[in-house]
Design a protein around this ligand. Structure first.
Ligand SMILES: [Fe+2]
Length: 287
């Protein structure tokens, strides 16, 4: 048979073991202040089905979530990127929400291509327009962790060899692919880092038992949660066993009941004044 001409780089669509970076869990001291920033300001949607009370809040943004149980504030050492449908609309909402955030750490600074935000409890969030991340109209394209000097190469080895993720490592930075449109980024810094305070991320993996076996053999599983989930905290250099960084990973199988459950997302530009029937729900732009 005659060979068919291929004009496409098929490797660009390859996905590694992690299928989805689903949520970041950060405890917050005040649910109403959290709501003012994440719902009123950022325009995200409170999950109407789970943790809808006064002790916790799950916040939907596209296919991702923030989980925010009540406790002393946890602060991620780095920043979380979010994509919102429109940065001008976001600016207007934050201006309104700022009225209720006066005595908090909240800040909003216009940067080149994003709004550089500090949440009321000190977490750093960069908000981008969809043009910056063509595969996401609303969601969390990456989480960036600040890491100590000389750790990013070992971190790349960990995610490649243990988690089975495609990684790019350049100088002081490692980018770890999470599914087809998300990344974890580890960037070295000389600045002093706060002690790890227990915040966590949740990922869904195709090969669930492989990483578990490797971590378990070395005593690195921190929680055997249930049949469909385990946790680990230490990111180690597989060559030396040295602990390079700590952040808890909630690792879930694709058979976990919550894998890609439909998340309710409202249209953040809908309000009392702009309301039109049928325009309540967020609709992703066609590709
Ligand atoms: Fe979680």
């Amino acid at each position: 048979m005659e060979r068919v001409k291929n004009n496409f780089d098929r490797s660009l669509e390859d996905v590694g073991n992690v299928q989805l970076l689903e949520h970041v869990n950060l405890t917050v001291p005040d649910q109403s202040v959290a709501g003012m920033f994440y719902v009123t300001g950022l325009g995200f949607t409170r999950d109407p089905y789970i943790e809808f009370g006064t002790l916790n809040m799950w916040i939907n943004l596209g296919e991702q979530q923030f989980h925010m149980p009540t406790n002393e504030a946890q602060v991620l050492r780095g920043h979380i990127a979010v994509v919102v449908p429109d940065l001008d609309d976001l600016g207007a909402r934050l201006k309104f929400a700022a009225r209720g955030l006066g005595d908090t750490a909240f800040k909003s600074i216009e940067s080149d291509n994003c709004l550089d935000l500090t949440c009321p409890f000190g977490n750093h969030i960069k908000a981008f327009a969809p043009a910056s991340f063509p595969d996401i109209d609303l969601g969390m394209p990456y989480v960036q962790f600040d890491v100590p000097p000389n750790t990013s190469a070992g971190i790349a080895r960990f995610y490649t060899q243990v988690l089975g993720c495609p990684c790019q490592h350049d100088n002081d930075t490692t980018r770890v692919a999470m599914g087809h449109n998300q990344h974890l980024i580890f960037k070295e810094t000389d600045a002093p880092l706060a002690a790890y305070d227990g915040h966590h991320i949740a990922i869904y993996v195709a090969d669930f038992s492989g990483p578990h076996g490797w971590l378990s053999q070395r005593g690195l599983i921190s929680e055997e949660s249930d049949q469909f989930q385990y946790r680990f905290v230490d990111i180690v250099d597989p060559d030396s066993g040295e602990v390079l960084y700590q952040v808890e990973h909630e690792v879930r199988a694709l058979s976990h009941a919550m894998y890609r459950r439909p998340l309710v997302n409202r249209n953040p530009s809908t309000n009392f004044f702009t309301y039109r029937k049928g325009n309540e729900q967020f609709s992703p732009a066609p590709r």
